[in-house]
Design a protein around this ligand. Structure first.
Ligand SMILES: NC(=O)c1ccc[n+]([C@@H]2O[C@H](COP(=O)([O-])OP(=O)(O)OC[C@H]3O[C@@H](n4cnc5c(N)ncnc54)[C@H](O)[C@@H]3O)[C@@H](O)[C@H]2O)c1
Length: 387
């Protein structure tokens, strides 16, 4: 039985494109009853030309520069929030109150207070909801999690994450406007902590369990930039770089580093786990490869033969690997855009009686708590417990 799912896309930028593509693609690769339809889209009046081009290219029927009008429409089933962080709170709450299914990009909110209100709203309305921590649906990352859950890493001692980029090194990069709203704390909430480390924290807690406490250091390298909206030079107070230490509840310790000033790094999202039985390493710039070091058998605890120890590079494209049986033949890779398709496939499955989708907003609230604790620790120069 086929069920039409009319989508209102809030945002016509990077994520507007990534999500539109995934909604169009999902039924072609995953058998699902729900049939997403790109019904309506929103962008700012300032971005009207981009919005019209976006609507024409992706086939949206209705174009709006007032997002509230779209959310209120009776012919919309699902609201997909792909606008900057300062709008997530109001968009999600309005969508929930209108009884819509809600998808929201990460980070869930500007801060924990907003996130708590959003969780309360979706739970009160009883609407299905998801937060787009799409990296959980990179096949190699899903396999990373599977191998940890199979006990092949054993007792974990270390977790090490980096998320580095280099696109804000020049003083000439303005703040404000599409993409560069990330440099304006009033719109982004925070710098690399909410933008990049939110991903690293979500993945870390998913794989290695809850973080108990953190101690952090942040740095703003360039403190004034021209604002694209006002044309004036204005203060910049986002964290350009953030490093923190973490203690996990399982007794392991972690280091997290993120910056937009790592010359040469574009989307260097890496993480490694080291346990007594093995280790794993992943790098998003090499997304089909999972590196695995096998030291001991998970069942017997016995060390594997000496001549077979060493790092193994698993090309994660076999039918047995997460998500891959839905795509091409073994050896053929998929890409960044497929992480969104895989996410929507799982989300639609959850609407059709499958496993509850994670992360939902309640789960993303947890990530928001860690982000807020990291920023609080950097301000106070102290360890901060996660409530
Ligand atoms: N899951 C991921 O890996 C990932 C990747 C990129 C972005 N994101 C998240 O997606 C959301 C949207 O990010 P994006 O990169 O698509 O943004 P973008 O700058 O490419 O697009 C922004 C959209 O919001 C509208 N908008 C409304 N108010 C605005 C303002 N004050 N400044 C700029 N644009 C404004 C614009 O018209 C446009 O439609 C953010 O929450 C971001 O953190 C997630």
């Amino acid at each position: 039985m086929s069920k039409r799912l009319n989508i209102a896309m809030l945002g016509c930028g990077f994520m507007g494109r990534a999500h539109s593509n995934a909604w169009l693609q999902v039924n072609h690769f995953f058998p699902r009853e729900h049939k997403p339809v790109l019904k309506a889209c929103y962008g700012r009046e300032e971005d009207r030309k981009k919005l019209d081009e976006f609507a024409a290219r992706w086939g949206y029927e209705i174009v709006e520069t007032d997002w509230r009008k779209l959310v209120a429409r009776d012919d919309i089933d699902l609201v997909d929030v792909c606008v900057p962080n300062h709008m997530h709170h109001d968009c999600v709450i309005a969508a929930a109150e209108a009884g819509k299914i809600v998808v929201c990009e990460k980070p869930l909110a500007m801060n924990v207070r907003e996130a708590e209100e959003m969780v309360a709203a979706v739970e009160k309305a009883g609407v299905p909801n998801m937060v787009s921590f799409n990296y959980r649906r990179v096949p190699a990352i899903a396999l990373f999690k599977q191998i940890v859950d199979e006990g092949r890493i054993g007792q974990v001692f270390h977790y090490r994450a980096t998320y580095n980029q280099d696109y804000t090194i020049s003083q000439d990069v303005p703040q404000g406007g599409m993409a560069l709203w990330r440099l304006d704390s009033r719109v982004a909430g925070s710098g690399v902590t909410g933008d990049l480390l939110a991903h690293s924290i979500d993945t870390a807690e998913w794989i290695n369990g809850p973080i108990r406490r953190v101690t952090a250091y942040t740095k703003t390298f360039i403190t004034e930039r021209r604002h694209a909206d006002t044309g004036k030079v204005e203060k910049v107070d986002i964290d350009d770089a953030c490093m923190f230490l973490a203690e996990f509840e399982n007794g392991s310790i972690g280091t997290f580093e993120s910056t937009r000033y790592a010359r040469g790094r574009k989307n260097y999202n890496t993480f490694e786990i080291n346990g007594d039985r093995g280790a794993l390493f992943f790098d998003l710039e090499d997304p089909h490869i999972l590196q695995f070091f096998r030291y001991a058998d998970p069942q017997t605890g016995k060390k594997i033969e000496d001549h077979l120890t060493g790092w193994q590079r698993i090309h994660v494209t076999n039918f047995e690997h997460p998500y891959m049986k839905h795509w091409w033949v073994p050896g053929c890779t998929i890409g960044y855009e497929h992480t969104f398709t895989n996410s929507f496939a799982d989300f639609l499955a959850s609407l059709e009686g499958g496993p509850k989708f994670q992360p939902d907003m309640r789960s993303a609230l947890r990530t928001q708590r860690v982000c807020d604790a990291v920023l609080d620790s950097a301000r106070r120069g102290q360890w901060v417990e996660i409530p």
